[in-house]
Design a binder for this molecule. Structure first.
Ligand SMILES: Nc1ncnc2c1ncn2[C@@H]1O[C@H](COP(=O)(O)OP(=O)(O)OP(=O)(O)O)[C@@H](O)[C@H]1O
Length: 235
């Protein structure tokens, strides 16, 4: 069974009298352990699709399935639980909380999941894991820094550590290297690839960077609101 499936997913935006049909029947599936790149021209609907996969928005019709069960029609509480426990997300705008240190930002998913009392009981173990994740992305020495004291690449890596804190099975990333210079972007990509290989983390990332999609197992290309090809790359 695939980990994630989109079945005839459609989405049209309405702006006044104008209709913008973006997704016109998207079908694809991703198996556990894959690293898949979603590509397509600017405006082709990549971010829209990622938001639907992340249950941040709902399709007009069609289904999104996670481990075989529909997730496109979940109620808010169930959706929040799914996002908190199964799906990590990283965005181009890092959405770090400015008043918190890198370490505290990484800890926020477990605070949300377990509540402050629950967090407090297991605080030492959580802080240990958060520190290890920051080490993992090369930010051990920056743990106490606030976002404004971090570079773009460091903020992006903090966001990756945070996305992994709750041990998700699936990581969704919107242009994870988009704002970064080439070397830093390659570093971020390398981290995602290593996590994928070492822990079996499934990664779906949106990119318009050919180098990034070339590093993926497979590319899903959006053209005219549909998937153009699901070409398998040699391992
Ligand atoms: N909330 C919205 N209301 C109306 N139109 C929208 C909305 N969000 C996106 N669109 C339109 O939908 C289309 C797809 O947008 P989307 O952000 O999914 O594309 P993308 O492939 O991620 O683009 P890019 O590579 O430029 O980030 C665009 O034409 C955009 O103008």
């Amino acid at each position: 069974m695939p980990l994630l499936q989109a079945i005839d997913v459609r989405k049209t935006y309405h702006k006044g009298a104008t209709q913008v049909p973006v997704l016109r029947g998207v079908d694809f599936s991703v198996d556990a352990g894959e690293l898949v790149a979603i590509t397509g021209q600017s405006g082709s609907g990549k971010s829209t699709l990622l938001h639907l996969l992340a249950t941040l928005d709902r399709p007009d019709s069609g289904e999104v399935r996670y481990e075989g069960a529909r997730i496109d029609n979940l109620r808010t509480a169930a959706r929040d639980r799914l996002r908190n426990r199964q799906i990590g997300m990283i965005f181009q705008a890092y959405h770090l909380l400015p008043e918190l240190s890198a370490l505290e930002n990484v800890l926020t998913p477990v605070m949300l999941r377990y509540g402050l009392a629950g967090y407090w009981r297991r605080r030492a173990a959580f802080r240990q894991r958060a520190s290890e994740l920051l080490e993992r992305v090369g930010l051990g020495p920056r743990a106490a820094h606030k976002p404004r004291e971090l570079s773009g690449g460091e903020m992006q890596r903090t966001a990756i550590a945070r996305a992994l804190m709750a041990e998700p099975k699936l990581l969704l990333a919107d242009e994870p290297t988009g704002n970064l210079d080439q070397t830093t972007g390659q570093g971020v990509l390398k981290i995602l690839r290593e996590l994928n290989q070492e822990t079996g983390l499934t990664v779906i990332l949106v990119t318009h960077d050919g180098e990034v999609s070339a590093a993926a197992d497979r590319t899903v290309s959006l053209v005219d609101g549909r998937v153009a090809d699901g070409r398998l790359r040699a391992a």
